[in-house]
Write a protein that binds this ligand. Structure first.
Ligand code: M1P
Length: 266
């Protein structure tokens, strides 16, 4: 049974988690051990995930085959940096990237990206170079259809040749007045969204009524692996209301939770 927020061992404390590299290996499934730790943690604090990917992809990663709706395993679920938001399994109102930017500006931007990608010289190109999402657009020079092996190879290639970094710099110069933020969060792509629509966007949904959680949240912890400047966890990690924790892998996340909240040695 899930305890009401006010009856957790540390009421007013919440732990938020990035998904890729923090709760799961990049684009892979969560382990049963991680799910067990998160379940135990929920007796101590409120919990939530804050992923850059859309809900469908996060579901593929956090919901094991045959399991019930994974949104019920967390108090809050934030996909696309919080543009899609759930509280206690119920969807909250959301925003959209296309409404914010407008069709004409969006088309100009996409055409430029596709033209730029068409001129790239990289070892492998697959399909789905641009993915349109509710709260952002995701741009991938190799294409989102790349296999796990091709992803890793691209990531290594990109570390040496800075394909994504250079692409982002060109976009910043080409569209200086668009008010966009670029975030290299994963292995093969970067996310583009309105300035301020980074993971801090999710924080506005953490306001609880006095009768549900007297005094609201006093400590917001965030765990992420891309907490460096330019990484997609950086803004929420360094937000003044947030206590940020950098992790190196899902195993490290478990270890830190054991030390901080579960009083276990792993
Ligand atoms: O959650 C981190 C990133 O995961 C994916 O990135 P990639 O496919 O490049 O590994 C994407 O879903 C991206 O939007 C997200 O930020």
């Amino acid at each position: 049974m899930v305890l009401p927020l006010s009856q957790r061992k540390n009421p007013g404390v919440i732990c938020l988690f990035d998904v890729d590299g923090t709760l799961t290996p990049a684009r892979q499934s969560v382990s049963p051990k991680m799910l067990q730790v998160l379940k135990e943690l929920r007796d101590h604090t409120a919990t939530g995930f804050v992923g850059g990917s859309d809900l469908q992809k996060i579901r593929e990663q956090l919901q094991l085959p045959g399991a019930e709706n994974f949104l019920n395993d967390f108090d809050y679920g934030f996909a696309e940096n919080g543009l899609t938001a759930y509280r206690m399994g119920e969807e909250l109102p959301s925003e959209s990237f296309i409404n914010w930017l407008g069709e004409e500006k969006y088309k100009k931007f996409i055409k430029f990206c596709l033209a730029y990608i068409s001129k790239l010289e990289i070892p492998v190109m697959r399909g789905t170079f641009i993915e349109f999402r509710r709260g952002m657009v995701n741009v991938s020079p190799i294409g989102r259809n790349a296999t796990v092996k091709e992803r890793i190879e691209f990531q290594d290639y990109d570390r040496e040749h800075h394909i994504r970094r250079d692409f982002v710099n060109v976009l910043k110069k080409e569209f200086p007045d668009y008010g966009l933020t670029y975030s290299i969060g994963g292995q093969i792509s970067f996310d583009v969204f309105p300035a301020g629509w980074d993971k801090t966007f999710a924080l506005q949904n953490l306001k609880e009524k006095e009768d549900v959680l007297p005094g609201g949240y006093k400590e917001i912890h965030f765990f992420g692996d891309k907490t460096f400047e330019g990484g997609n966890d950086y803004e929420i990690f360094s937000h003044p209301s947030v206590i940020g924790h950098t992790v190196t892998s899902p195993e490290d996340t478990i270890q830190q939770l054991n030390q901080l909240f579960l009083q276990k040695t792993s």
